[in-house]
Design a protein around this ligand. Sequence first.
Ligand SMILES: CC(C)(COP(=O)(O)OP(=O)(O)OC[C@H]1O[C@@H](n2cnc3c(N)ncnc32)[C@H](O)[C@@H]1OP(=O)(O)O)[C@@H](O)C(=O)NCCC(=O)NCCS
Length: 179
Amino acid sequence: MNGDWIPCPNTGLAYREVDPADPALDNIDCGSEPEAREVADYLRERRWRLLADDWRPRCLQFGTDGAIVGYVTILVRRKHPHPTKEHSAKRRYLLVGQLLVERPFQSMRDPKGHAKYAEEIVGVLIEIAKQENCVGLCLDVRPSNHRALRFWARLGFQEDTPYHSEKMGGEMFSRRLIF
Ligand SMILES: CC(C)(COP(=O)(O)OP(=O)(O)OC[C@H]1O[C@@H](n2cnc3c(N)ncnc32)[C@H](O)[C@@H]1OP(=O)(O)O)[C@@H](O)C(=O)NCCC(=O)NCCS
């Protein structure tokens, strides 16, 4: 069941836990690039639901009054290396798994808000992370995803150690934002 929409203060957005039965998931379109298709396929195939309990993220759906704007999967990692991936100390982070903005809303400013839609969604994630007592946000991105890399850089996410991921089948760039 879809939950109630939670308004995002000072924006035209609201969010809720996604209902896996929502047909909107079947119509996701966040771009034709391979990296964008990969993210869309993950959501369309409801792959987050297949993960084991400890690794199963929340999947949030963002929308305006009349349209779905985007999705994100998030998971609190209680013991994430801090302050870099190579460090032995561990802190609590909010892991951003998959973020996407539907194509019509990409690079679009929210007329009822203060920024582009994608940035507002990250603003909500920062608030959720703070409520969860996390020290920051962390995520991985493909080196070929230039648009996403530019986006995270503009929002102040710092580069971390690149690494080879067997699961993702190649090199990944890590990014983190420490509050
Ligand atoms: C990543 C994503 C959420 C960002 O949302 P967005 O609305 O596109 O973000 P913004 O417009 O604020 O920022 C993107 C930046 O990349 C730039 N850009 C657009 N296409 C680009 C390209 N092909 N190469 C490099 N930069 C590009 C934009 O001009 C913008 O630059 P700016 O910060 O100087 O304005 C969205 O593009 C998306 O859903 N992509 C597909 C899914 C995906 O890749 N998710 C991320 C996984 S880590």
